[in-house]
Write a new protein. Structure first.
Lengths: 435, 145
């Protein structure tokens, strides 16, 4: 019985501590954005606010196992963090007037459930500011992602590390550095000015979509899909869309991700091999999720500002989502949508996708012309998707030998082991007359 | 992972409910639902009307017997549900605790089955998947008209 070195009292304490730790993690996930946003408004500094929130969490870890989880855990954490802020300022030798006034204000509202924590409008505005600050252009993309997941999404450094397959220390370092960068650049706790708004919004949505794709199309690693990572991104996207309900692109991003995530169960065979869209068992697509995607896209459309990049991508994803089979998909419409997308934001990847749609609507020969143009342009050099699509088209045209070569090239270029195996299997399966 | 929050109330809870200001109940539930939506975790949810409008199909006998409510044997009535998507059991518990309910009410919290919970080679699992696909195909054909 006593194989464990710790006695029954210690194990009970460990169990309590573990329960408390998990309860605190759950509260952090739900409340982090509101706690950090509230604290930032008082301290004026996201980094300091996050530090204070962390200290409050450590305090909770000590108190909650003994005294139980408070009724309003978010308000408790905020109150503890505010007290810490006051104590910190008090300890300063040269307490300047600004801090003295702030400390006084904070003390006046000191109680457990200080009013502003629960004022929904102020909180929403502050959380929105926090989202924009976390995705501020002074930060590198990696830093934006880490900080957003940490303070807006409420993930632990361990969870972020697991999502991005990097060491925990790397994530911690990114967050520490991000907080320093924001402070050094004196980034205001504010939503962007109108002239910067579109670009800054784009940055927020990009961060979320990158997180989603880390689960949907992992660039590296042994897993083809990691739905938990994408689920986090979807949660963030829904949250952000609700914070800016008049932004069609925010709703469109929700729609796009709902459509893509609806295919998770069908994208991988039981042995872990990826299954391409046209071969997926569509009965395994999540219909309720597709419906949520359609609702989000309709919401974007109702705003009456037309479709921008995510709107067009979501519309394409919707075409797939509602098609009973690959052959019955409205490929002509998809070609048109890709053309619109290409005009809006010219991109060789969009052009490659258009080629795939062209192959389905008018045949592989015309699609191959699009792909050959792309290849000659050199704009996709080193991108595994180009030889993968070219190989596929050549195979359909019966040019087997060339097809095999392209698929093998694609296999060499991809960083995902599952994808590599699938490409090599496809290449090996090609037989028949040498093209 | 997804959890279903199943709302149940006994006689005491239902009586207490009737004494309360209806607008207040609606406002409290509205705020709760809004918090779930804003957090990006709410997937679905519905409330149920009075049990008097429902009935019971009892399979103790063959053929099954249909009985009108109210149900003498039920200690707690099922009044509504939410489906939320969260990352842990603890997070589901944390959301459930925030529901504006009072004495006589309780929430049963159950994890929703995901595809991985079933043996995928089972013939009936495959058939059910096909039914869902067919139903959707019909629906999308209709909406395309």
């Amino acid at each position: 019985m006593q194989a464990d070195a710790s006695g029954p009292v210690e194990s009970a304490r460990d169990a309590d501590a573990d329960r408390a730790r998990r309860a605190i993690a759950a509260v952090w996930r739900i409340e982090s954005a509101r706690i950090v946003a509230t604290l930032t408004r008082f301290t004026g500094d996201v980094g300091q606010a996050e530090d204070l929130a962390q200290e409050a969490m450590l305090e909770a870890l000590r108190q909650w196992p003994v005294e139980g989880v408070p009724n309003s855990p978010g308000a408790w954490l905020t109150a503890v963090a505010k007290r810490r802020a006051i104590d910190g300022w008090r300890r300063r030798e040269r307490l300047d007037e600004r801090y003295a006034a702030m400390a006084h204000d904070l003390e006046q509202q000191g109680g457990e459930a200080s009013g502003d924590f629960f004022d929904p409008d102020t909180i929403d505005d502050d959380v929105l500011r926090l989202v924009f600050v976390a995705c501020h252009p002074v930060l590198s993309r990696e830093a934006q992602i880490a900080l957003t997941l940490r303070i807006v999404g409420g993930l632990s450094s361990e969870e972020i590390a697991r999502a991005f397959l990097v060491p925990v220390a790397t994530v911690q370092q990114r967050i520490v550095r991000a907080k320093k960068t924001l402070a050094a650049a004196k980034v205001p706790f504010a939503v962007p000015e109108p002239q910067d708004y579109a670009e800054r919004l784009g940055s927020v949505l990009s961060v979320i979509y990158l997180v989603f794709n880390e689960g949907y199309l992992p660039a590296a690693g042994t897993e083809w899909v990691r739905p938990d990572v994408s689920a986090e991104a979807l949660r963030l996207a829904r949250m952000v869309a609700n914070l800016m309900p008049r932004e069609p692109e925010a709703w469109s991003l929700v729609a796009l991700m709902e459509f893509q995530a609806s295919r998770f169960a069908a994208r991988v065979a039981r042995d872990g091999t990826p299954i391409p869209l046209d071969e997926q068992d569509r009965s395994r697509w999540d219909r309720a999720q597709i419906e949520r995607g359609r609702i989000a896209l309709a919401r974007a459309d109702r705003l009456g500002r037309g479709r921008a990049s995510y709107g067009l991508q979501a519309a394409i994803a919707e075409c797939h989502a509602v098609a009973p089979t690959a052959a019955e998909t409205d490929w002509a419409r998809i070609v048109v949508l890709y053309e619109a997308l290409g005009r809006l934001a010219p991109s060789p990847v969009v052009e490659l996708n258009r080629a795939v749609a062209v192959a389905m609507s008018t045949g592989p020969a015309s699609a191959l012309r699009v792909v050959d143009d792309l290849e000659r342009s050199g704009r996709l050099a080193g991108y595994p998707g180009l030889p993968a699509v070219r190989g596929e088209l050549l195979a359909r045209l019966g040019r087997t030998l060339e097809a095999r070569g392209e698929l093998e090239t694609a296999a060499r270029l991809t960083g995902n082991e599952r994808e590599r195996a699938a490409l090599l299997a496809k290449a090996a399966s090609l037989r028949g007359p040498a093209g | 992972m997804k959890y279903m929050l199943i709302m149940r109330a006994n006689d005491q809870g239902i009586e207490a409910y009737q004494d309360m200001d209806f607008n207040e109940i609606i406002a409290a539930m509205g705020r709760y639902n809004e918090s779930l939506i804003k957090a990006g975790v709410l997937l679905a949810g519905e409330g149920l009307t009075d049990a008097k409008e429902g009935f019971v199909v009892d399979f103790d006998s063959t053929p099954p017997v249909v009985t009108d409510g109210p149900y003498a044997e039920a200690k707690e009535l099922f009044n509504g549900f939410w489906i939320i998507q969260v990352s842990s059991k603890e997070e589901a518990a944390e959301w459930a605790k925030r529901c504006p309910l009072g004495p006589g009410a309780r929430l049963e919290v159950r994890r929703v089955t995901e595809l991985e919970d079933f043996p995928q080679d089972n013939e009936w699992i495959q058939k059910e998947a096909q039914w869902r696909a067919d139903a959707e195909a019909v629906q999308s054909a209709r909406s395309a008209e």
